[in-house]
Design a protein around this ligand. Sequence first.
Ligand code: SDX
Length: 429
Amino acid sequence: MSETVQIIIEGKEYEFPVVEGSEQEKAIDISKLRAQTGYITLDYGFKNTGSTKSAITYLDGENGILRYRGYSIEELAEKASFVEVAFLLIYGELPNKKQLDYFQDSITQHTLVHENMKRFFEAFPQGAHPMGMLSSMISSLSTFYPESQNPDRSVVDIEKTIHRLIAKLPTLAAQAYKHNMGHPTVYPSNDLGYCGNFLKMMFSLPTEDYEVDPVVESAINKLLILHADHEQNCSTSTVRVVGSSQANLYSSVSAGIAALWGPLHGGANQAVIEMLESIREDGGDLQKWIDKAKDKNDSFRLMGFGHRVYKNFDPRARIIKKAADEVLEQLGVDDPVLDIAKKLEQVALNDSYFVERGLYPNVDFYSGIIYRALNIPTDMFTVMFALGRLPGWIAQWKEMVENREPIGRPRQVFTGSNERSFVGLSDRD
Ligand code: SDX
């Protein structure tokens, strides 16, 4: 007999089933609430609302646990390649050698983008934010591959679209960077791995070929893995809802890129560095900025701090903080902003305002410091987040499609005017 809960509404008792997940998380299934009671629930920001059942990523916010398909983020960040993790998220298992070779080869075959897309970049103003360019470019991929628009979504079309998307995102990301640098496009090098190829497309010049630095390549690999998925976050929920209308994968991911851009979400990694540089330019008075973050009359927030789920620590932030020390030492980079970040973390974590609210450094707090050391410009930081999150978006979209989930369409509580008659222009005040 499955567990149920009783809800009493206007003196009448209603019973609803309880759903229990594989990690003993429990939910009340209210899919029949309105039909049985006429009531809906109201939950701003869906803080207490599950939108789906998913087998992809497990988070435990209280204990700082993050697992992709059951594997801990700590193990994957240390032992896996990003392409292996992408395969794991999308297909559910770590690939064997044959599967990994096929996946890698297929991605390599699709790294080029249609030459017409160069003209799109030429139309953007110099200095256009790369996230705006990337979201447009990814959506326009659907026009070059119309079979991706097929609502019946055959397995073959989905597979090809997935491989094309994973292959082309780095190419388009690097092109956005080159557009703003005023440099010519660098074409993909099929003899390099996923991260090395991206670095070469970013940093090669007609005058000088970029030699892939293994330290940099390893850091990028780790950072992409750490960002690869995070269950039903804002941008992933966006991808799922857009895809639930039978929109194609390119358009769904384009919408996810737009959602990720926001400074409260993936845009925070750029906002953190801008905040740390402001603190440095302002003389480094950390307490002044901590007090601003606590002041309800001040819109300033400590960027890179706090999380909807992690109310203790974000395991990714711990890994990135350690990696920041290692990468900067290996590259011989001395970044005063890293020292400010560490001191700011200490001051905040000894302040009751942050401790009482469970506000700890999140994935975005230290990642920008590594990107700076790798000579990636600040406005490309969220693009790096998107590169990492792509396989998670794809996996979640694919799970939604395979589970034939209904179109996402929340209800509302109406608070506007009651019925009233039309008033002619001459009769209005
Ligand atoms: C990402 O969801 C995911 O999984 C996201 C992500 C992923 O991998 O996809 O992990 C990536 O988006 C990480 C978060 C990056 N964003 C930032 O670093 C921006 C700064 N942080 C926030 O604005 C905030 O903490 C959020 C958006 C991350 C979470 O916001 P919530 O869960 O809606 O919490 P809230 O805004 O209701 O805050 C609760 C309290 C409030 O104070 P009180 O009203 O209780 O007095 O905490 C305060 C907030 O004012 N608060 C902060 C704060 N974050 C929350 N106060 C100062 N500085 C902050 N950063």
